[in-house]
Design a protein around this ligand. Structure first.
Ligand code: AMP
Ligand code: ZN
Length: 140
């Protein structure tokens, strides 16, 4: 398995740094975020080092998101979450601080928590959307 020496999540994956583990198998680890934005905020990582979401092989990515769903279901059943946010940041501009792929599974509760997601729509010409869709489509 490919690990990086200076990566904190590689160290967590190998058990060299302690974490509060929620789920583990040979490929994936889920553990509590040390600076949670809500009660039970969990990170799901691949044990192998990939810099971010864009780099992860498809089958492994499927597995990570299956685990993320199980974690979210458990947060709902066990902690009383009434909503969930699933988030993965790619690169600094998007807020990625740890450069080892991880998915945030963030339970949401009545009465608020530490997460605010504020979508501020751009003013765009909606006639351009089909052309933009075709541009993206051509890369898939
Ligand atoms: P991101 O900003 O998407 O890269 O998120 C990185 C997350 O990792 C942050 O929410 C941190 O609180 C969390 N984090 C950093 N170090 C640790 C650690 N040793 N154990 C658990 N969570 C950590
Ligand atoms: Zn790593």
């Amino acid at each position: 398995m490919n690990y990086k020496d200076d990566c904190i999540f590689c160290k967590i994956a190998q058990g060299q740094i302690k974490s509060s583990i929620v789920y583990e198998d040979s490929e994936v680890l889920a553990f509590l975020d040390v600076n949670p934005v809500s009660n039970g905020h969990t990170l799901v990582i691949t044990k192998e080092h990939f810099d971010n979401f864009l780099m992860v092989p498809k089958d492994l990515l499927d597995h990570v998101f299956n685990v993320a769903q199980k974690v979210a279901q458990a947060q709902t059943q066990q902690l009383g979450a009434i909503g969930i946010n699933i988030l993965t940041n790619v690169n600094e501009i998007a807020g990625q601080t740890v450069k080892h792929f991880h998915v945030h599974v963030i339970p949401r509760y009545e009465g608020g928590d530490g997460l605010t997601i504020d979508f501020e729509p751009l003013q765009i010409d909606k006639f351009n959307l089909p052309v933009l869709a075709d541009t993206i489509k051509s890369g898939i």
